[in-house]
Design a protein around this ligand. Structure first.
Ligand code: SF4
Ligand code: SF4
Length: 432
Protein backbone atom coordinates (compact mmCIF):
# COMPACT_ATOMS: atom_id res chain seq x y z
CA UNK A 1 0.00 0.00 0.00
CA UNK A 2 1.08 3.61 -0.44
CA UNK A 3 1.99 6.11 2.21
CA UNK A 4 0.68 9.65 2.42
CA UNK A 5 4.20 10.89 1.80
CA UNK A 6 3.98 9.69 -1.80
CA UNK A 7 2.91 12.32 -4.28
CA UNK A 8 -0.50 10.96 -5.23
CA UNK A 9 -1.64 12.36 -8.55
CA UNK A 10 -5.11 11.34 -9.62
CA UNK A 11 -4.09 8.56 -11.95
CA UNK A 12 -7.73 7.53 -12.24
CA UNK A 13 -8.28 10.70 -14.25
CA UNK A 14 -5.47 9.55 -16.48
CA UNK A 15 -6.94 6.14 -17.28
CA UNK A 16 -10.69 6.33 -17.01
CA UNK A 17 -11.34 7.97 -20.35
CA UNK A 18 -8.96 5.73 -22.24
CA UNK A 19 -10.73 3.07 -24.24
CA UNK A 20 -10.44 -0.41 -22.83
CA UNK A 21 -7.86 -2.23 -24.84
CA UNK A 22 -9.09 -5.61 -26.06
CA UNK A 23 -6.20 -7.77 -25.11
CA UNK A 24 -4.30 -9.49 -27.88
CA UNK A 25 -4.46 -13.03 -26.53
CA UNK A 26 -1.39 -14.20 -24.61
CA UNK A 27 0.78 -17.01 -25.97
CA UNK A 28 0.25 -18.87 -22.73
CA UNK A 29 -1.97 -18.71 -19.68
CA UNK A 30 -1.00 -19.97 -16.23
CA UNK A 31 -4.11 -21.11 -14.40
CA UNK A 32 -3.63 -21.05 -10.64
CA UNK A 33 -4.49 -24.39 -9.07
CA UNK A 34 -4.11 -23.08 -5.52
CA UNK A 35 -5.11 -19.80 -3.91
CA UNK A 36 -5.04 -18.17 -0.47
CA UNK A 37 -8.35 -19.93 0.27
CA UNK A 38 -7.70 -23.24 -1.51
CA UNK A 39 -4.51 -25.07 -0.61
CA UNK A 40 -5.21 -28.42 -2.27
CA UNK A 41 -6.48 -29.40 -5.70
CA UNK A 42 -6.96 -32.19 -8.19
CA UNK A 43 -5.94 -31.82 -11.83
CA UNK A 44 -7.74 -33.78 -14.57
CA UNK A 45 -5.40 -32.95 -17.49
CA UNK A 46 -1.79 -33.80 -18.30
CA UNK A 47 0.98 -32.55 -20.55
CA UNK A 48 0.00 -32.76 -24.24
CA UNK A 49 -3.77 -32.78 -23.62
CA UNK A 50 -5.87 -30.49 -25.80
CA UNK A 51 -8.31 -28.29 -23.90
CA UNK A 52 -11.09 -25.92 -24.87
CA UNK A 53 -12.15 -22.55 -23.54
CA UNK A 54 -14.49 -23.02 -20.58
CA UNK A 55 -13.50 -26.67 -20.03
CA UNK A 56 -13.20 -27.97 -16.46
CA UNK A 57 -9.57 -29.09 -15.94
CA UNK A 58 -9.58 -29.77 -12.21
CA UNK A 59 -10.96 -28.77 -8.84
CA UNK A 60 -9.72 -26.56 -5.97
CA UNK A 61 -10.54 -27.51 -2.41
CA UNK A 62 -11.29 -24.68 -0.01
CA UNK A 63 -12.22 -26.91 2.95
CA UNK A 64 -15.89 -25.95 3.24
CA UNK A 65 -16.32 -25.58 -0.54
CA UNK A 66 -14.96 -27.02 -3.75
CA UNK A 67 -14.43 -25.02 -6.92
CA UNK A 68 -14.05 -26.24 -10.51
CA UNK A 69 -10.92 -24.97 -12.30
CA UNK A 70 -11.43 -23.84 -15.91
CA UNK A 71 -9.25 -23.31 -18.94
CA UNK A 72 -9.60 -19.71 -20.12
CA UNK A 73 -8.27 -20.39 -23.64
CA UNK A 74 -8.24 -23.29 -26.10
CA UNK A 75 -4.88 -24.94 -26.62
CA UNK A 76 -2.47 -27.56 -25.31
CA UNK A 77 -1.43 -28.32 -21.74
CA UNK A 78 2.33 -27.89 -21.28
CA UNK A 79 2.72 -28.89 -17.63
CA UNK A 80 2.98 -27.50 -14.13
CA UNK A 81 4.87 -24.42 -13.00
CA UNK A 82 5.07 -22.11 -9.99
CA UNK A 83 3.97 -18.46 -10.10
CA UNK A 84 3.06 -15.76 -7.64
CA UNK A 85 -0.60 -15.47 -6.71
CA UNK A 86 -1.81 -11.83 -6.34
CA UNK A 87 -1.84 -12.32 -2.56
CA UNK A 88 1.95 -12.72 -2.70
CA UNK A 89 2.11 -16.50 -2.10
CA UNK A 90 3.71 -18.91 -4.53
CA UNK A 91 1.20 -21.36 -6.04
CA UNK A 92 1.09 -24.27 -8.48
CA UNK A 93 -0.20 -23.29 -11.91
CA UNK A 94 -0.93 -25.30 -15.04
CA UNK A 95 0.52 -23.81 -18.24
CA UNK A 96 -1.66 -23.89 -21.37
CA UNK A 97 -0.30 -22.85 -24.77
CA UNK A 98 -2.81 -20.86 -26.80
CA UNK A 99 -3.90 -22.24 -30.20
CA UNK A 100 -5.65 -18.90 -30.87
CA UNK A 101 -8.76 -20.73 -32.09
CA UNK A 102 -10.92 -19.74 -29.11
CA UNK A 103 -12.75 -23.03 -29.37
CA UNK A 104 -15.46 -23.12 -26.74
CA UNK A 105 -16.21 -26.24 -24.73
CA UNK A 106 -19.60 -27.83 -25.47
CA UNK A 107 -20.85 -26.89 -21.98
CA UNK A 108 -20.73 -23.17 -22.89
CA UNK A 109 -24.22 -22.59 -24.27
CA UNK A 110 -26.66 -19.71 -24.28
CA UNK A 111 -29.65 -19.96 -22.00
CA UNK A 112 -32.72 -18.15 -23.38
CA UNK A 113 -34.29 -15.49 -21.17
CA UNK A 114 -37.55 -17.47 -21.12
CA UNK A 115 -35.68 -20.40 -19.53
CA UNK A 116 -33.87 -18.21 -16.98
CA UNK A 117 -37.20 -16.62 -16.01
CA UNK A 118 -38.45 -20.03 -14.84
CA UNK A 119 -35.34 -21.07 -12.93
CA UNK A 120 -35.64 -21.71 -9.21
CA UNK A 121 -33.19 -20.34 -6.66
CA UNK A 122 -31.66 -23.83 -6.27
CA UNK A 123 -31.08 -24.13 -10.02
CA UNK A 124 -29.51 -20.66 -10.20
CA UNK A 125 -27.28 -21.32 -7.19
CA UNK A 126 -26.16 -24.58 -8.78
CA UNK A 127 -25.17 -22.85 -12.06
CA UNK A 128 -23.22 -20.19 -10.14
CA UNK A 129 -21.50 -22.82 -7.97
CA UNK A 130 -20.50 -24.80 -11.05
CA UNK A 131 -19.20 -21.63 -12.78
CA UNK A 132 -16.94 -21.00 -9.73
CA UNK A 133 -18.19 -17.41 -9.52
CA UNK A 134 -16.58 -15.52 -6.64
CA UNK A 135 -16.66 -11.98 -5.23
CA UNK A 136 -14.65 -10.04 -7.80
CA UNK A 137 -14.25 -6.90 -5.72
CA UNK A 138 -11.33 -8.69 -4.07
CA UNK A 139 -12.97 -10.94 -1.48
CA UNK A 140 -12.90 -14.07 -3.66
CA UNK A 141 -15.69 -15.54 -1.53
CA UNK A 142 -17.84 -18.07 -3.45
CA UNK A 143 -20.97 -16.25 -4.68
CA UNK A 144 -23.15 -19.35 -4.53
CA UNK A 145 -22.74 -19.55 -0.73
CA UNK A 146 -23.89 -15.95 -0.38
CA UNK A 147 -26.83 -16.52 -2.71
CA UNK A 148 -27.84 -19.69 -0.92
CA UNK A 149 -28.83 -17.77 2.21
CA UNK A 150 -32.04 -18.80 3.94
CA UNK A 151 -32.59 -15.25 5.21
CA UNK A 152 -35.33 -13.17 3.68
CA UNK A 153 -33.70 -10.54 1.48
CA UNK A 154 -35.64 -7.42 0.53
CA UNK A 155 -32.87 -5.42 -1.18
CA UNK A 156 -29.89 -6.33 -3.35
CA UNK A 157 -27.19 -3.65 -3.64
CA UNK A 158 -24.66 -3.62 -6.46
CA UNK A 159 -21.47 -1.95 -5.28
CA UNK A 160 -20.17 0.25 -8.11
CA UNK A 161 -18.45 2.70 -5.76
CA UNK A 162 -14.83 1.72 -6.59
CA UNK A 163 -13.34 4.02 -3.99
CA UNK A 164 -9.65 3.10 -4.07
CA UNK A 165 -7.48 5.72 -5.80
CA UNK A 166 -5.86 4.74 -9.14
CA UNK A 167 -8.52 2.12 -10.02
CA UNK A 168 -10.93 2.46 -12.92
CA UNK A 169 -11.59 -1.12 -14.08
CA UNK A 170 -15.17 -1.14 -12.68
CA UNK A 171 -15.66 2.27 -14.24
CA UNK A 172 -14.75 0.86 -17.66
CA UNK A 173 -16.87 -2.26 -17.14
CA UNK A 174 -19.97 -0.13 -16.47
CA UNK A 175 -19.26 2.09 -19.47
CA UNK A 176 -18.53 -0.85 -21.78
CA UNK A 177 -21.22 -3.33 -20.68
CA UNK A 178 -23.95 -1.78 -18.50
CA UNK A 179 -26.52 -4.35 -19.67
CA UNK A 180 -24.51 -7.18 -18.05
CA UNK A 181 -24.79 -5.45 -14.68
CA UNK A 182 -28.54 -4.91 -14.93
CA UNK A 183 -29.14 -8.50 -16.02
CA UNK A 184 -26.86 -9.75 -13.24
CA UNK A 185 -28.86 -7.71 -10.72
CA UNK A 186 -32.14 -8.96 -12.21
CA UNK A 187 -31.02 -12.60 -11.85
CA UNK A 188 -29.83 -12.08 -8.26
CA UNK A 189 -33.15 -10.42 -7.36
CA UNK A 190 -35.02 -13.32 -8.96
CA UNK A 191 -33.00 -15.94 -7.03
CA UNK A 192 -33.54 -14.16 -3.71
CA UNK A 193 -37.09 -12.96 -4.45
CA UNK A 194 -35.89 -9.46 -3.48
CA UNK A 195 -38.33 -6.59 -4.04
CA UNK A 196 -35.74 -3.95 -4.66
CA UNK A 197 -32.38 -3.49 -6.40
CA UNK A 198 -29.97 -0.61 -5.88
CA UNK A 199 -26.83 0.28 -7.82
CA UNK A 200 -24.56 2.37 -5.59
CA UNK A 201 -22.19 4.75 -7.37
CA UNK A 202 -20.29 7.89 -6.40
CA UNK A 203 -22.23 11.05 -7.20
CA UNK A 204 -19.10 12.60 -8.70
CA UNK A 205 -19.10 9.97 -11.47
CA UNK A 206 -21.74 11.78 -13.50
CA UNK A 207 -20.83 10.01 -16.77
CA UNK A 208 -21.52 6.65 -15.11
CA UNK A 209 -24.78 7.87 -13.64
CA UNK A 210 -25.88 8.90 -17.16
CA UNK A 211 -24.98 5.45 -18.53
CA UNK A 212 -26.79 3.67 -15.69
CA UNK A 213 -29.90 5.86 -15.91
CA UNK A 214 -30.10 5.29 -19.66
CA UNK A 215 -29.82 1.53 -19.16
CA UNK A 216 -32.38 1.59 -16.36
CA UNK A 217 -35.02 2.65 -18.89
CA UNK A 218 -34.71 -0.83 -20.46
CA UNK A 219 -35.93 -2.36 -17.17
CA UNK A 220 -39.08 -0.28 -16.43
CA UNK A 221 -40.88 -3.24 -14.83
CA UNK A 222 -38.18 -3.62 -12.17
CA UNK A 223 -37.82 -1.78 -8.89
CA UNK A 224 -34.23 -0.60 -9.36
CA UNK A 225 -32.72 2.67 -8.09
CA UNK A 226 -29.38 4.37 -8.60
CA UNK A 227 -27.98 5.54 -5.23
CA UNK A 228 -25.57 8.46 -5.62
CA UNK A 229 -23.08 8.45 -2.76
CA UNK A 230 -20.51 10.96 -1.53
CA UNK A 231 -16.96 10.66 -2.82
CA UNK A 232 -14.63 9.63 0.00
CA UNK A 233 -12.64 6.63 1.14
CA UNK A 234 -13.81 4.01 2.25
CA UNK A 235 -17.28 4.66 0.80
CA UNK A 236 -17.00 1.31 -1.01
CA UNK A 237 -16.72 -0.60 2.27
CA UNK A 238 -19.95 -2.59 2.39
CA UNK A 239 -21.22 -1.35 5.76
CA UNK A 240 -20.56 2.27 4.80
CA UNK A 241 -22.33 1.71 1.49
CA UNK A 242 -25.41 0.11 3.11
CA UNK A 243 -25.68 2.96 5.58
CA UNK A 244 -25.46 5.67 2.93
CA UNK A 245 -27.42 3.94 0.17
CA UNK A 246 -30.19 2.43 2.32
CA UNK A 247 -29.97 4.15 5.69
CA UNK A 248 -29.31 0.78 7.37
CA UNK A 249 -26.49 0.73 9.91
CA UNK A 250 -25.04 -2.77 10.20
CA UNK A 251 -22.94 -3.37 13.32
CA UNK A 252 -19.43 -4.64 12.74
CA UNK A 253 -19.29 -8.45 12.77
CA UNK A 254 -22.98 -8.88 11.80
CA UNK A 255 -23.85 -10.18 8.33
CA UNK A 256 -25.92 -7.76 6.19
CA UNK A 257 -28.35 -10.65 5.44
CA UNK A 258 -29.51 -10.39 9.08
CA UNK A 259 -30.90 -7.00 8.05
CA UNK A 260 -32.53 -8.29 4.85
CA UNK A 261 -29.89 -6.81 2.53
CA UNK A 262 -27.07 -8.28 0.47
CA UNK A 263 -24.31 -6.70 -1.61
CA UNK A 264 -22.39 -7.79 -4.71
CA UNK A 265 -19.57 -6.00 -6.46
CA UNK A 266 -20.42 -4.71 -9.93
CA UNK A 267 -17.95 -7.15 -11.60
CA UNK A 268 -19.53 -10.03 -9.68
CA UNK A 269 -22.96 -9.04 -11.05
CA UNK A 270 -21.48 -9.20 -14.54
CA UNK A 271 -19.92 -12.65 -13.79
CA UNK A 272 -23.29 -13.91 -12.52
CA UNK A 273 -24.84 -12.72 -15.79
CA UNK A 274 -22.18 -14.63 -17.80
CA UNK A 275 -22.74 -17.79 -15.74
CA UNK A 276 -26.53 -17.80 -16.08
CA UNK A 277 -26.84 -16.41 -19.60
CA UNK A 278 -23.94 -18.22 -21.31
CA UNK A 279 -22.96 -20.95 -18.84
CA UNK A 280 -19.54 -19.31 -18.81
CA UNK A 281 -17.09 -19.29 -15.91
CA UNK A 282 -14.93 -16.21 -15.34
CA UNK A 283 -12.53 -16.29 -18.28
CA UNK A 284 -11.76 -12.58 -18.49
CA UNK A 285 -11.97 -9.41 -16.43
CA UNK A 286 -11.32 -5.66 -16.64
CA UNK A 287 -8.04 -4.68 -15.02
CA UNK A 288 -6.31 -1.32 -14.51
CA UNK A 289 -2.55 -0.95 -15.11
CA UNK A 290 -1.55 2.33 -13.54
CA UNK A 291 1.06 4.27 -11.58
CA UNK A 292 3.85 6.77 -12.04
CA UNK A 293 6.43 4.21 -13.20
CA UNK A 294 4.59 2.62 -16.15
CA UNK A 295 4.85 4.13 -19.62
CA UNK A 296 1.27 3.63 -20.78
CA UNK A 297 -1.41 3.42 -18.04
CA UNK A 298 -4.59 1.79 -19.33
CA UNK A 299 -7.56 -0.47 -18.69
CA UNK A 300 -7.32 -3.90 -20.24
CA UNK A 301 -9.82 -6.68 -20.72
CA UNK A 302 -7.64 -9.59 -19.81
CA UNK A 303 -7.84 -13.39 -19.77
CA UNK A 304 -7.66 -14.97 -16.34
CA UNK A 305 -4.28 -16.71 -16.17
CA UNK A 306 -2.38 -14.01 -18.10
CA UNK A 307 0.99 -13.11 -16.63
CA UNK A 308 1.35 -9.60 -15.21
CA UNK A 309 4.70 -9.58 -17.03
CA UNK A 310 2.77 -9.65 -20.35
CA UNK A 311 0.54 -6.78 -19.20
CA UNK A 312 3.58 -4.67 -18.29
CA UNK A 313 5.00 -5.30 -21.76
CA UNK A 314 1.65 -4.40 -23.32
CA UNK A 315 1.71 -1.13 -21.36
CA UNK A 316 5.07 -0.16 -22.95
CA UNK A 317 7.09 -1.36 -19.98
CA UNK A 318 8.52 0.28 -16.90
CA UNK A 319 9.61 3.91 -17.06
CA UNK A 320 13.33 3.75 -17.73
CA UNK A 321 14.21 6.68 -15.48
CA UNK A 322 12.45 5.14 -12.46
CA UNK A 323 15.30 4.06 -10.21
CA UNK A 324 13.43 1.48 -8.17
CA UNK A 325 9.92 0.17 -8.62
CA UNK A 326 7.19 -1.05 -6.27
CA UNK A 327 4.57 -3.39 -7.70
CA UNK A 328 1.22 -3.51 -5.95
CA UNK A 329 -1.55 -5.90 -6.94
CA UNK A 330 -4.91 -4.34 -6.09
CA UNK A 331 -5.54 -0.80 -4.91
CA UNK A 332 -2.97 1.39 -3.17
CA UNK A 333 -4.83 1.24 0.16
CA UNK A 334 -5.72 -2.44 0.38
CA UNK A 335 -3.46 -4.07 -2.22
CA UNK A 336 -0.49 -6.39 -1.75
CA UNK A 337 3.11 -5.57 -2.63
CA UNK A 338 4.76 -8.30 -4.66
CA UNK A 339 8.45 -8.95 -5.16
CA UNK A 340 8.42 -9.34 -8.97
CA UNK A 341 6.05 -9.34 -11.95
CA UNK A 342 5.81 -13.10 -12.47
CA UNK A 343 2.30 -12.97 -11.05
CA UNK A 344 -0.82 -14.50 -12.57
CA UNK A 345 -4.12 -12.72 -13.08
CA UNK A 346 -6.92 -14.39 -11.13
CA UNK A 347 -10.63 -13.49 -11.23
CA UNK A 348 -10.14 -11.08 -8.29
CA UNK A 349 -7.19 -9.13 -9.73
CA UNK A 350 -8.56 -5.60 -10.12
CA UNK A 351 -5.34 -3.76 -10.88
CA UNK A 352 -1.57 -3.61 -11.10
CA UNK A 353 0.08 -0.50 -9.75
CA UNK A 354 3.60 0.30 -10.85
CA UNK A 355 5.01 2.93 -8.52
CA UNK A 356 8.38 4.55 -8.26
CA UNK A 357 9.90 3.44 -4.94
CA UNK A 358 10.41 5.94 -2.23
CA UNK A 359 12.40 5.14 0.87
CA UNK A 360 10.26 5.53 3.92
CA UNK A 361 11.81 5.02 7.31
CA UNK A 362 9.46 4.22 10.12
CA UNK A 363 9.92 6.50 13.07
CA UNK A 364 8.83 5.96 16.66
CA UNK A 365 5.17 6.54 17.44
CA UNK A 366 4.56 10.10 18.64
CA UNK A 367 1.18 9.19 20.17
CA UNK A 368 -0.64 11.69 17.95
CA UNK A 369 -3.79 9.51 17.90
CA UNK A 370 -4.43 10.10 14.17
CA UNK A 371 -4.72 6.36 13.49
CA UNK A 372 -7.46 6.03 16.13
CA UNK A 373 -9.46 9.01 14.83
CA UNK A 374 -9.31 7.78 11.22
CA UNK A 375 -10.33 4.14 11.81
CA UNK A 376 -13.80 3.49 10.29
CA UNK A 377 -14.48 0.51 12.59
CA UNK A 378 -13.46 2.38 15.75
CA UNK A 379 -10.56 0.24 16.89
CA UNK A 380 -7.18 1.45 18.15
CA UNK A 381 -4.36 0.63 15.70
CA UNK A 382 -1.57 2.06 17.86
CA UNK A 383 -2.60 0.00 20.89
CA UNK A 384 -3.01 -3.10 18.72
CA UNK A 385 0.53 -2.57 17.38
CA UNK A 386 1.87 -2.33 20.93
CA UNK A 387 -0.01 -5.50 21.97
CA UNK A 388 1.53 -7.36 19.00
CA UNK A 389 5.00 -6.19 20.02
CA UNK A 390 4.32 -7.58 23.51
CA UNK A 391 2.82 -10.75 21.98
CA UNK A 392 -0.21 -10.09 24.20
CA UNK A 393 -3.02 -12.08 22.57
CA UNK A 394 -5.44 -11.37 25.42
CA UNK A 395 -5.07 -7.62 24.77
CA UNK A 396 -5.48 -8.21 21.02
CA UNK A 397 -8.81 -9.90 21.66
CA UNK A 398 -9.94 -7.06 23.91
CA UNK A 399 -8.86 -4.50 21.32
CA UNK A 400 -11.00 -6.35 18.71
CA UNK A 401 -8.36 -6.55 15.99
CA UNK A 402 -10.70 -9.00 14.21
CA UNK A 403 -12.95 -6.05 13.28
CA UNK A 404 -10.23 -4.51 11.08
CA UNK A 405 -11.28 -4.34 7.42
CA UNK A 406 -7.69 -3.65 6.28
CA UNK A 407 -8.71 -0.37 4.65
CA UNK A 408 -5.20 1.07 5.11
CA UNK A 409 -6.35 4.43 6.47
CA UNK A 410 -4.40 4.18 9.75
CA UNK A 411 -1.12 3.62 7.89
CA UNK A 412 -1.96 6.38 5.42
CA UNK A 413 -2.45 9.01 8.14
CA UNK A 414 0.36 7.85 10.44
CA UNK A 415 2.74 10.73 11.18
CA UNK A 416 5.60 8.29 11.78
CA UNK A 417 5.00 6.29 8.56
CA UNK A 418 4.41 3.09 10.53
CA UNK A 419 3.03 0.20 8.45
CA UNK A 420 0.05 -0.19 10.75
CA UNK A 421 -2.06 -2.27 8.33
CA UNK A 422 0.67 -4.93 8.33
CA UNK A 423 0.42 -5.01 12.12
CA UNK A 424 -3.38 -5.42 11.86
CA UNK A 425 -2.96 -8.38 9.49
CA UNK A 426 -0.37 -9.89 11.82
CA UNK A 427 -2.69 -9.38 14.80
CA UNK A 428 -5.55 -11.15 13.02
CA UNK A 429 -3.24 -14.04 12.15
CA UNK A 430 -2.05 -14.28 15.77
CA UNK A 431 -5.64 -14.79 16.90
CA UNK A 432 -6.18 -17.38 14.15
S1 SF4 B 1 -6.68 -0.84 8.45
FE1 SF4 B 1 -7.95 -1.64 10.12
S2 SF4 B 1 -7.22 -0.62 11.94
FE2 SF4 B 1 -6.44 0.54 10.19
S3 SF4 B 1 -7.98 2.14 9.86
FE3 SF4 B 1 -8.54 0.43 8.53
S4 SF4 B 1 -9.98 -0.78 9.76
FE4 SF4 B 1 -8.94 0.59 11.19
S1 SF4 C 1 -0.82 7.64 13.83
FE1 SF4 C 1 1.21 6.69 14.02
S2 SF4 C 1 2.34 8.11 15.33
FE2 SF4 C 1 0.16 8.64 15.56
S3 SF4 C 1 -0.53 7.39 17.33
FE3 SF4 C 1 -0.95 6.18 15.52
S4 SF4 C 1 0.90 4.90 15.34
FE4 SF4 C 1 1.46 6.57 16.69
Amino acid sequence: MISKARKVSDYRQLTKELPTLRYVDPERVYINLQSDRCKTYTLDVKEGDKVKLGQVIGERDGGFFKQPIYSTISGEVEGLTKKLHPTGIEVDCVTIRNDFKDEYHESVTDRPESVIDKMTKEEMVDVIRHAATVGLGGSGFPSYIKLDTDKEIHTVVINAVECEPYLSSDYRLIKDSPEEIFYGLKYIMQALKAEKGVIAVKKTKTELIDVLERELKRFPHMNIEIAKLADYYPQGWENEMFENALGIKIPSGVLPMEYGVIGFNVSTASAIYEALKHNLPIIKRHLTVNGDAINFPQNIRVRVGTSIKDLIRLSDGYREDAEKIDLVIGGPMMGTSVEHDDVVVTPTTTSVLVLESQDFHEEPCVRCGSCIYSCPVDIQPVNIMNAIKRNDTKALENLEVGKCIECGLCAYVCTSKIHLTDYMRKGKKLLG
